[in-house]
Write a protein that binds this ligand. Structure first.
Ligand code: ADP
Ligand code: MG
Length: 352
């Protein structure tokens, strides 16, 4: 038989629990952490029930994604294995990598080649990431012949992904074979942080005690669940002219991925000309499409990140069409500072 507890007694009990903070499950607590992984800053802000700190597990997930799948530097990764394979033989890839490559090939098609993950040799030739991080010492603009030679080996249309029947796979977990011309180098830098967000989303959805989160992986941010006080998430959008301030905020509820690609993020300046890390596959040079930055809002990280790069290369008019085709929302900051937005983006954008 249940014992009846008086209202007065439960009131006292609740106060004691709050004071001690011990009955844990009353209201989510906030956990904050800043780390580096995947060559960038990871900021975690979680709302959790109970005492467990999930930040370490999320960080480990990102580190694993880097060394097992995406890194072009680490010889443990799938991308490294693909880039260093020789001969005409197809290279076995995991189901996860096959899905990533499938989506990259689709985005290549839909962006009419503006988004192209086979530009590794051209990306390395510029090496903007390195010089932007290292005081520009030793930076050299590649000459036209060098660029043309590197570009001739690029093009996602030269890739072929063949799905395997399970018994054909041979190596456990392998699900497809990738055929790529020798020497072609993959670089998944344009979608790596977005893929990281998607993996974090999957993790969060399996942890019912995490009731809300805002996590940024470099320029890509996810919102998840809700805040304990019921207020909306507010995600700032940087001003590309003065990245120390915001042009506005996105006011969001629930699960979203937001990615920004801009010419202010990683660049080298030579005699007043800015060379940034977003390359136009049709020329091999940094893209000049009349855009300073592009922010994409989507339900999935691969899409927000991939589309932000693709839309930067395409410019506002074609970029707007591409984002709409994928059902994503987009905000462009144009060369003169003007802002152009899709209707759904307007609905959640607050200036200032
Ligand atoms: P960030 O990595 O700063 O978030 P992006 O997501 O826009 O920026 O990706 C830029 C990276 O994508 C570059 O550093 C390079 O590795 C790669 N890249 C550059 N141009 C292209 C392109 N046209 N298509 C696909 N990848 C690209
Ligand atoms: Mg991107």
């Amino acid at each position: 038989m249940k014992r009846k507890i008086s209202g007065r007694f439960t009131g006292i009990l609740a106060s004691v629990c709050l004071l001690l903070g011990g009955c844990g499950n009353i209201e989510p607590g906030q956990v904050k952490k800043v780390d580096t992984a995947m060559g960038t800053v990871i900021q975690q802000n979680l709302y959790v029930l109970g005492e467990e700190d999930y930040c370490g597990e999320i960080l480990a997930l990102l580190e694993e994604l880097e060394w097992r799948e995406l890194s072009w530097r680490l010889d443990t990764s799938q991308v490294y294995g693909i880039n260093h394979a020789t001969g005409e033989e197809g290279i076995p890839v995991t189901a996860k990598m096959a899905d990533i490559l499938d989506r990259c090939l689709e985005l290549y098609q839909c962006s009419t080649g503006a988004f192209d993950v086979t530009m590794g040799t051209v990306v390395r030739l510029w090496d903007i990431d390195r010089y932007a991080a290292d005081a520009e010492e030793g930076f050299r603009i590649p000459d036209k012949q060098e660029l043309e030679a590197a570009l001739s080996g690029c093009g996602s249309d030269k890739l072929r992904l063949v799905r395997l029947e399970p018994e054909e796979g041979g190596i456990q977990g392998m699900a497809a074979k990738l055929y790529r011309p020798e020497g072609m180098q993959l670089d998944l830098g344009a979608v790596g942080k977005g893929i990281a967000l998607t993996r974090i989303q999957e993790y969060l959805r399996g942890e019912p005690d995490i009731t809300g989160a805002v996590i940024s992986v470099g320029g890509s941010i996810l919102t998840y669940g809700g805040k304990p006080d019921g207020s909306s998430f507010r995600v700032g959008i940087r001003d590309p002219v003065d990245p120390s301030r915001n042009i506005g905020v996105l006011v969001l509820e629930g699960d979203w991925c937001i990615s920004t690609s801009g010419d202010y993020e990683r660049y080298v300046e030579v005699e007043g000309v800015r060379y940034h890390h977003l390359l136009d596959p049709s020329t091999g040079y940094p893209a000049h499409s009349g855009v300073r930055s592009v922010t994409v809002l989507a339900e999935d990280g691969f899409l927000s990140d991939g589309l932000s790069t693709a839309c930067f290369i395409l410019g506002a008019e074609k970029g707007m069409e591409l984002a709409a085709a994928y059902g994503a929302e987009v905000l462009f900051v144009l060369d003169g500072g003007k802002i152009q937005m899709s209707p759904g983006m307007k609905a959640c954008f607050q200036e200032g």
